[in-house]
Design a protein around this ligand. Structure first.
Ligand SMILES: NC(=O)c1ccc[n+]([C@@H]2O[C@H](COP(=O)([O-])OP(=O)(O)OC[C@H]3O[C@@H](n4cnc5c(N)ncnc54)[C@H](OP(=O)(O)O)[C@@H]3O)[C@@H](O)[C@H]2O)c1
Length: 289
């Protein structure tokens, strides 16, 4: 008899998170404060401009101000840093998003380093990574936080279970490992991270109760790498033009107990977490007045 895993779409998770954000926006507005998420786009990359539009539309729907700075693709690093400094100093701006990637002659990490960590809605500033590592509150990296929220939303137990993450990249695998190992009911897992330094990584993925693909290598996870009945989260993707190629092969649904869909899995939760970080930043700014 053929088996089809339970599907774990990201949209209902995002809707639940955004409903909470929306209530928090209303509370701030009742205190006379409009939360504000500024976006910075450098150059004219179509995909990046599209992502910014999605975020601005979402911001408007939630009642955020979303001042936008569209900078020319040939600006200097100093000009970019000046814009970041301006947004840091602007007390009406609570969160800042610098859309990645930026043109190759500019240094994204150096720009991020100058951003006020409390306005870092991506949760990627090294200080926020440090806060995550030592368990201090702060903006969480959006995709890892979205994955924790997705597992919690579908009531998939994580605490005490064996989680294996394929990939140790700075945006995904590494912070996710830190997050899911934290002492918290929706985390508290036995986390193993595998990568190219572990050539027989399937030895680990095959015993995972929760397997998270975070490699960015299309089809790297095949059914034989999955423990029967496991929960499989596909976060790694590669784009070929507009085509999205997930890490997790479609056939894995016949082995897994639950699995994120190939499109609309982790992605929507990432955007929701951006706004959760932004409303938290606004609340902190109000509390500190
Ligand atoms: N869905 C979302 O919203 C979202 C958000 C952020 C990122 N992503 C996706 O997540 C993926 C990872 O992002 P990242 O920034 O963390 O990427 P990254 O820095 O390139 O990390 C990729 C990781 O995968 C490992 N890996 C690659 N090929 C492998 C192989 N053949 N065998 C075993 N391990 C392998 C690498 O191992 P080594 O360390 O040994 O090189 C590395 O640790 C990307 O596809 C990205 O598009 C998705």
């Amino acid at each position: 008899m053929s088996h089809e895993a339970r599907s774990l779409p990201g949209k209902p998770v995002a809707e639940a998170v955004l409903a909470d954000v929306s209530e928090r926006v209303a509370k701030l507005k009742a205190q006379g404060v409009t939360p504000s998420l500024a976006t910075v786009l450098v150059g004219d990359d179509d995909a990046s401009a599209g992502y910014i539009r999605i975020k601005q539309r979402q911001a408007a729907e939630l009642g955020f101000d979303s001042p936008h700075r569209h900078l020319s693709g040939d600006i200097t690093q100093e000009q970019l840093l000046d814009v970041v400094a301006e947004l840091n100093a602007d007390t009406s701006v609570h969160g800042v998003l610098i859309q990645y990637p930026i043109p190759a002659h500019l240094d994204y990490d150096a720009a991020l380093m100058t951003l006020d960590p409390d306005k870092d809605v991506d949760g990627m500033h090294p200080l926020n990574m440090g806060r995550l590592a030592v368990g201090l509150p702060g903006p969480l990296p959006c995709t890892p936080a979205g994955i924790e929220a997705l597992l919690a939303h579908y009531e998939i137990p994580v605490a005490g279970r064996e989680v294996v993450i394929l990939g140790r990249g700075a945006t995904l695998g590494r912070p996710l490992a830190m997050l899911l190992a934290q002492k918290r009911p929706t985390a508290n897992a036995a986390v193993t991270v595998v990568h190219t330094g572990v050539p027989d990584w399937e030895r680990y993925t095959k015993r995972a109760e929760i397997l998270i693909a975070a490699a960015g290598v299309p089809g790297i996870i095949q059914p034989e790498h999955v423990r029967p009945g496991a929960t499989v989260v596909g976060a790694g993707v590669r784009y070929e033009g507009k085509r999205l190629l997930p890490d997790v092969a479609e056939e894995c649904a016949a082995v897994a107990g639950a699995i994120t869909p190939r499109v609309g899995g982790v992605g929507p939760t990432t955007v929701a977490m951006l706004f959760r970080n932004a409303i938290s930043a606004a609340e902190r700014a109000v509390a500190a007045r």
